[in-house]
Ligand binder design. Structure first.
Ligand code: NAP
Length: 292
């Protein structure tokens, strides 16, 4: 049995959608109303309610993801992104259940301009990024075999994300200013969900040892883009005539700082699990087809 926490969020809903392609697996989806990860007693009670020895995997999609709002709500961000993750890790360790957890490219913030490897130094700026890094560390401390996947620029047909915002604004306006000096890799959330389920399948089939999962991993779609490139591609594919104007980060101030470059090197996860990852433009095409 695979438990998905934070199941009503963007990534959680992609796991829900992907689950139908894994008929051999039993999934339990728990949104924040069913399971508040920040409450350790609730986590323990919920896990036990699934039946002794029934739970095989926990995939944590619960998170505080409001990057700018986190600057004024640090306690709330910490409660979910650090204590919540620690609670899951502690209870998973007690039950010897593997935990898959997601983190962010925003843990990197430096002058580096080549893809970050998992071993590169981190320097998170802002409350969201710092709490996500603290959450990774809390998980690995409490349950050293946790698989922590740092991902970036996540979008899908679900929830609020850059693609959906651009589609709305592009249809309302003739021109749009979009930041062109932040470089990263967009990640189509269904690709991430399917890759995690493939990894689980490979571990369950014995093809890959469970012990391989432990530690930090990077996952994003192939290719790099600025937010300007990403917006331009959305409008090109959807034939939206809105003109995109490239601007500098300083012309679009936000409460939380974003890294100027956060491309993730994915060699480690591709090699270890034999994953094939598509280019972000391909993911974008599929997302736009799904949105209709
Ligand atoms: N989105 C991105 O661009 C991006 C980029 C890099 C990494 N990530 C990481 O990817 C993961 C998934 O992100 P996402 O885009 O799916 O985020 P999301 O859409 O904001 O979903 C997060 C979910 O967590 C739930 N949640 C919040 N507090 C909770 C609690 N105490 N107990 C249980 N659930 C709780 C929320 O439920 P409520 O709405 O009911 O509060 C929400 O459904 C996160 O770890 C995020 O940090 C995301």
């Amino acid at each position: 049995m695979i438990l998905i926490t934070g199941a009503n969020g963007q990534l959680g809903q992609c796991f829900r959608q992907a689950a139908s392609q894994w008929p051999g697996q039993t999934f339990v989806f728990a949104g924040s109303a069913e399971l508040d990860v920040a409450n350790r007693r609730a986590v323990r009670t919920f896990f036990r309610s699934l039946g002794e020895g029934k739970l095989d995997w926990v995939i944590n999609c619960a998170a505080y993801t409001a990057v700018d709002k986190a600057e004024s709500e640090p306690a709330k961000a910490k409660k979910i992104n650090v204590l919540g993750v620690e609670n899951l890790a502690i209870v998973c360790a007690e039950l010897d259940v593997p935990l898959v957890h997601f983190s962010t490219d925003y843990v990197y913030h430096s002058r580096q301009n080549t893809p970050f490897r998992e071993t590169d130094p981190v320097s998170p700026k802002g409350v969201y990024a710092r709490t996500k890094l603290a959450g990774e560390r809390a998980a690995l401390r409490a349950h050293p075999s946790t698989m922590v996947i740092r991902t970036s620029w996540v979008y899908s047909a679900f929830g609020q994300n850059f693609v959906k915002t651009m589609l709305r604004l592009g249809r309302e306006r003739d021109t749009l200013n979009v930041v062109a000096d932040q470089i990263g890799s967009p990640t189509y959330a269904p690709d991430l969900a399917n890759s995690v389920l493939q990894i689980i399948q490979k571990v369950e089939s014995g093809e890959i040892a469970k012990s391989t999962l432990a530690g930090i991993w990077h996952y994003a779609n192939e290719g790099v883009a600025s937010w300007y490139d990403f917006a331009t591609a959305i409008f090109e594919i959807q034939k939206i005539s809105c003109q995109v104007c490239p601007i500098a980060t300083q012309e679009y101030p936000t409460p939380a700082k974003r890294p100027p470059f956060s491309v993730l090197d994915k060699s480690k996860i591709k090699t270890a699990f034999g994953l094939e990852i598509q280019h972000w433009r391909e993911g974008l095409r599929r997302c736009l087809r799904e949105l209709g």
